[in-house]
Design a protein around this ligand. Structure first.
Ligand code: AMP
Length: 418
């Protein structure tokens, strides 16, 4: 299956090509065709599956097909955290680079005035967290009367974070005639009820849910370290001969390349697999890893999906994932089929909140390893943080609004911050 076969426009295909997406992920293959036909979509999928593109691509294509001269707010994406909002906005900016659409992102915790100013100039699509959106609606800075596309992202996390009342208030302000995309990693009864209320005859799409136990992985350790020392710590860990076959995770493609260079400088042969590598390079690296010729494979989460390699003795989380379910996905790559595996997570100061999220999700504490060569300069908390409502780390960016192209003779704009 190719993106072309899904029915995407040439502008979007070129943007995907630039982003080096070679083929649709399963959730994209399932959600894009009905989305393009105007159907409601109910997706069971979590971050890391490519779900953002699964709703963003049909949304952009349909908006573009019926855009007038002036931007009118016709698409709304509601997401629970500022971090997700910023990520979705980045995706919209990247996929929509050749389209003549304005879009903005708004979330709380930053000044509202710059956001009001941006919105006054008009946007076609808005990505928002619920509280800030309601605030803006109440101030008359934004009207939801002409919304045609509504996306509710991470509905179960909205529930976890206590945002459902706000979400319901937003929904009452939307026109009844609209297309709705509904995404949730899990479908507890309350979320199912909400979906039923929102969706009309939806196409139901799903990718396998993650088990949150990670029970097969007996040995799950965390090493507190300063960011600057992660490289040395990785070399120390890999110097242990019991690490026969290690899958090392990096949050970003760029990071994966850097880690490989750093390891090689330290005398450890490694290869990276991620979306920017050619198919050939990925296959070669995987084959060598499978055959036992390559001891260390560095991967991003998406590249590692679907990789099934027996005998991975160690999972090393060089970066902790900001989505706790991703941790479970990662460590599930070891300890398969009765073999025991070890998961070693590096945790720098900024990642401590992620660690707390992970421990809450899996319902157990990772074993603290203190006797390593590069202990963190600032002592970590002795115990994991007490259970509290899930919160995400804050990103220091405010309203962002961007557009490329110039329908109506306007200049393109792209801004972040505020
Ligand atoms: P998401 O689940 O939407 O947060 O996406 C996870 C990551 O996968 C993001 O970094 C996307 O840029 C990337 N991604 C999404 N779709 C594809 C694809 N078809 N091929 C390669 N990378 C993708």
């Amino acid at each position: 299956m190719t993106f072309e076969e899904l029915g995407l426009s040439p502008e979007l295909l070129r943007a995907l090509d630039r982003a080096e997406y070679r083929k649709p992920t399963p959730i994209q293959a399932q959600a894009i065709p009905p989305g393009l036909r105007g159907r409601d979509v109910m997706g069971t999928a979590q971050t890391g599956t490519g779900k953002t593109a699964a709703f963003t691509l049909p949304l952009l294509q349909r908006l573009d097909a019926s855009a007038g001269d002036q931007p009118v707010l016709r698409a709304l994406v509601l997401t629970p955290t500022r971090e997700l909002a910023a990520q979705i906005h980045e995706s919209v900016t990247s996929y929509g680079a050749e389209l003549d659409l304005w879009h903005a992102v708004v979330f709380g915790g930053v000044g509202i005035q710059p956001q009001i100013k941006e919105l006054r100039r008009g946007v076609d699509a808005l990505i928002a967290t619920p509280g800030r959106l309601l605030d803006l609606v109440e101030r008359g800075a934004v009207s939801l009367d002409r919304i045609e596309f509504f996306v509710l992202d991470e509905a179960d996390r909205m529930l976890d974070m206590g945002f459902l009342p706000d979400v319901r208030r937003v929904i009452t302000k939307l026109p009844r005639k609209r297309q709705t995309f509904f995404f949730s990693a899990t479908m507890p009864p309350e979320i199912r009820r909400l979906a039923k209320l929102l969706l009309r005859d939806p196409a139901e799409v799903a990718v396998a849910p993650v088990s949150v136990t990670a029970d097969g992985v007996a040995d799950q350790r965390v090493l507190f370290v300063d960011k600057a020392n992660k490289r040395r710590l990785a070399l120390e860990v890999l110097a242990d001969a019991s690490v026969e076959r290690a899958l090392l995770f990096s949050r970003t493609k760029h990071g994966a390349n850097r880690i490989v260079r750093e390891l090689e400088r330290g005398g450890v042969v490694a290869a990276a697999i991620h979306g920017n590598k050619s198919q050939g390079a990925r296959v070669r690296a995987l084959d060598a890893f499978r055959a036992g010729e390559l001891r260390v494979l560095v991967a991003t989460d998406l590249a590692a999906r679907g990789i099934d390699v027996d005998g991975v003795t160690h999972i090393i989380n060089y970066d902790l994932p900001n989505v706790p379910e991703t941790y479970v996905h990662r460590v599930g790559r070891t300890g398969r089929a009765g073999a025991t595996g070890t998961a070693i997570s590096f945790c720098d100061r900024e990642e401590r909140a992620y660690l707390a999220d992970i421990e809450r999700l899996i319902g157990r504490e990772l074993e603290r390893v203190d006797n390593h060569g590069f202990p963190a300069s600032e002592a970590p908390p002795a115990k994991p943080a007490a259970p509290a409502p899930r919160t995400r780390r804050r990103r220091r960016s405010g309203a962002g609004r961007s557009r490329r192209g110039g329908r109506g003779g306007r200049h393109s704009a792209s801004r972040q911050g505020g």
